[in-house]
Design a protein around this ligand. Structure first.
Ligand SMILES: CC(C)(COP(=O)(O)OP(=O)(O)OC[C@H]1O[C@@H](n2cnc3c(N)ncnc32)[C@H](O)[C@@H]1OP(=O)(O)O)[C@@H](O)C(=O)NCCC(=O)NCCS
Length: 169
């Protein structure tokens, strides 16, 4: 497993995701509202678990991977994750992404947790460009990209779907 840094913000600890977070991640994905805009193998529980486990064990390259997020006042309670990985696990572009329990939405957690990961990408890893590709109807996620200061690159078409693309350079 790659060695990733841990980040602390005013309210959150953002630490490397591990297999210990598997059940919490699977439970989060079972909420239909959480996966509404995310196209992945949700219908088959075994395929879903294998997909998430595979993502947890993959090596995405130095400084890249997934982080789990916890609030300082409830350090054992998984809130969600941030990813910084090759696009769709393949690349060559690097994407940033976020997913949180529905009960936590609207408190600024996704933006607060994504900010140090994006800073890490730009400042420490010195990446040329980090993208976010978002379902055009996913207003909350688009707002996170905007609040992070990512540039709106408009709509793109990929794999038969349309995405609202954002980038940080
Ligand atoms: C997208 C997501 C991570 C946002 O998490 P969050 O912690 O609520 O994000 P933030 O609070 O930092 O910012 C979201 C902003 O969008 C707003 N918002 C949330 N849902 C919205 C909606 N359906 N329509 C309009 N605005 C919305 C929030 O009120 C907040 O606005 P504010 O900054 O004015 O307070 C969360 O909704 C989520 O996990 N969704 C399911 C997974 C997902 O779609 N991930 C992204 C795939 S690209």
């Amino acid at each position: 497993m790659p060695i990733l840094p841990t980040f602390r913000t005013a309210r959150l600890t953002i630490r490397p995701r591990t297999l210990a977070d598997l059940d919490a991640c699977l439970a989060m994905d079972r909420d239909p509202e959480v996966i509404r805009f995310v196209p992945k193998p949700w219908t088959d529980p075994a395929g879903h678990a294998a997909f998430v486990r595979g993502r947890m064990q993959a090596d995405y390259g130095p400084g890249l991977g997934y982080w789990s997020v916890f609030a300082h006042d409830r350090p054992e309670h998984f809130l969600g994750w941030i990813l910084l990985i090759p696009c769709d696990g393949i690349g060559p572009e690097i994407e940033i992404g976020w997913r949180f329990l529905r009960e936590t939405w609207g408190k600024g957690y996704a933006t607060e947790a994504a900010q140090p990961v994006l800073d890490h990408a730009m400042d420490t890893l010195a990446l040329d460009r980090v993208v976010a590709e978002i379902d055009p109807n996913n207003a909350g996620s688009i707002k996170v990209a905007r609040k992070l200061g990512m540039t709106d690159e408009g709509l793109i078409h990929k794999d038969g779907a349309t995405w609202h693309a954002f980038a940080m350079r």
